[in-house]
Design a protein around this ligand. Structure first.
Ligand code: ADP
Ligand code: GLC
Length: 499
């Protein structure tokens, strides 16, 4: 039983099947958009224990495909589901993926992450060899799937199956590299020659992400600004050297927002739907948020600020926690949804106890509350130290919740800063709590001017980050690698026509 695909996506998360962050959102929409444009695309991803699949009834399509790692006779089963017409393959090996959390628990990373994701990449390679013909392009994402690029790079030398396959590797977050002991390299199946500073070696450690950068035909990242930033020592996370070497093959393609999922007009989680030409119902969503988080009703007449994200220093959660006592003095509401660093979680809970009339939140992960907060807040907070793209600020723009954000990465590329005439939000220069507070003061002052505030909200709600533009940029990238469209098969429709 086989199939023929031109483009194979390989990634460790895909919404709605699995999700810890923006990677899942991207894999849940980009391949589907390309599929709807007429490309023959499939996705390969792990079958996790927490997989939300019932609606799509995955079924077993391959049993016991040999993977050969970490011992010669190890194999995998493969399930397949059809997601709005897009084939999705799930790599099923219970002892690696049937876990409540994908990568780590509160105690730290799983000890066998290297083994798990070498297995995943090798299983994806074995699966691709079962297809009717080799894919023209393999598009892999982040460190978990980075080794695919190294396997194909070296595989081409002795296995004619891969000779016409090109690779593209997208970095969603350079800080997560998958760095492991050299001992794990020896069993990975890569040849000895891969162990060089131009390959997977990074100061005597085995660096999977570095292999992706070194061996992919094309490297992309998720915003043009981040593509520039990662060439510097400030943002390069130690990999700026190899990125500079590959800079001619490095491109920034801005992510889009999936408006089929993030649209306040048709959002199943909201108390009331609203849009840019009928924004009044946003007030009902604010009331709903206040009720759901047990905040006092008087906050309906005060600005409510929302934060959604991993409670990590990347997201600047420490900057927010630091200024909360000052925000309380201004009598604003602050709502936080996130999980992550245990220390930040404890600080947040402590602030919620100290200031129950102003601060509320949830430590945990809930898709519903992410939507409720986007819609019910007045101002969205994103004080990130770095941000490869950031999706939540794009969603907040569509939900009429102007963002206050640091001038980094994709935040710079998506928010038009106040006081420009076309402003959609507020930007401050560096991750610094005083600057954050200053920008917030500007936002709070404008919020008092109802007419000007409404104008800013409407500009944000009308901003269009639909996947059309990004999908076309990826198509162009595939073509630059030799992928040629089958003209008869291309529908001629743009992604926005078909979504
Ligand atoms: P990142 O991928 O760096 O976490 P993005 O802005 O690209 O940041 O995407 C984050 C995605 O994860 C968004 O869809 C956001 O709504 C979601 N998200 C983050 N934290 C939570 C949470 N605690 N509960 C629900 N959704 C969350
Ligand atoms: C990463 C980045 C985030 C980006 C997301 C999707 O998790 O931190 O900025 O939006 O990937 O590309």
């Amino acid at each position: 039983m086989g199939s023929k695909f031109d483009i194979c996506f390989v990634a460790s998360e895909m919404y709605p099947f699995s999700k810890t962050g923006g990677l899942a959102d991207v894999i849940g929409v980009l391949p589907l958009t390309l599929h709807r444009m007429g490309l023959k695309v499939c996705v390969i991803t792990p079958l996790y224990g927490r997989l939300a699949t019932s609606e799509y009834s995955p079924h077993l399509v391959y049993e016991d495909i040999n993977v050969g790692y970490p011992w010669p006779e190890i194999s995998t089963d493969v399930f397949k589901a059809t997601f709005h017409g897009l084939p999705v393959y799930f790599i099923d090996r219970g002892e690696y993926f049937d876990r409540r959390y994908y990568y780590c628990t509160h105690k730290g990373d799983y000890f066998d992450n290297c083994e798990r994701f070498i297995f995943f990449c090798r299983a994806a390679m074995s699966l691709m060899k079962k297809l009717d013909s080799p894919p023209k392009v393999v598009h892999s994402h982040d460190w978990h799937a980075a080794l695919i690029n190294s396997f194909i790079y070296y595989g081409k030398r002795h296995d004619p199956y891969w000779k016409d396959t090109s690779t593209i590797f997208t970095i969603h977050n350079l800080a997560f590299q998958g760095r492991f002991s050299v001992r794990l390299f020896w069993d990975s199946g890569l040849p000895y020659e891969a162990w060089t500073p131009e390959g997977v070696e990074y100061y005597d450690s085995f660096n999977l992400l570095k292999g992706g950068i070194a061996h992919a035909d094309l490297v992309t990242t998720v915003s043009p600004s981040y593509a520039q930033e990662i060439l510097t020592s400030e943002f390069g996370c130690g990999l700026e050297g190899i990125l500079q070497k590959r800079s001619h093959d490095l491109k920034g393609i801005l992510n889009g927002a999936d408006y089929t999922v993030w649209n306040p007009e048709k959002d199943k989680y909201l108390a009331a739907g609203y849009s840019w030409d009928s924004p009044q119902a946003k007030a009902a969503c604010k009331k709903d948020l206040i009720d759901k988080l047990f905040l006092p009703p008087r906050l309906a007449d005060r600005p409510v600020l929302g934060f959604i994200g991993r409670l990590r220093t990347q997201k600047g959660i420490d900057l927010l926690l630091e200024i909360i006592p000052q925000l309380v003095k201004k009598d604003v509401g602050v709502v936080v949804l996130g999980e992550g660093g245990a220390e930040y979680e404890a600080q947040l809970l402590d602030l919620m106890e100290r200031f129950p009339g102003n601060i509320s939140g949830l430590v945990g992960y809930t898709e519903e509350m992410a939507h409720v907060i986007q819609a019910g807040s007045d101002i969205f907070l994103m004080p990130s130290r770095y941000e490869p793209c950031g999706l939540t600020q794009m969603y907040s723009l569509r939900y009429g919740t102007p963002p206050v954000a640091t001038a980094v990465g994709g935040l710079k590329d998506t928010i038009k800063p106040y006081p420009d005439a076309d402003a959609t939000g507020f930007i401050f220069d560096r991750p610094d709590s005083a600057l954050f507070l200053q920008a917030l003061d500007q936002a709070l002052a404008l919020f008092e001017n109802k007419e000007k505030w409404r104008e800013m909200q409407l500009r944000g709600m009308r901003a269009d980050f639909s996947w059309t533009t990004s999908a076309e940029a990826y198509l162009k990238a595939y073509k630059s690698l030799g992928y040629a469209e089958d003209k008869k098969k291309i529908s001629g429709k743009t992604p926005s026509d078909v979504i």
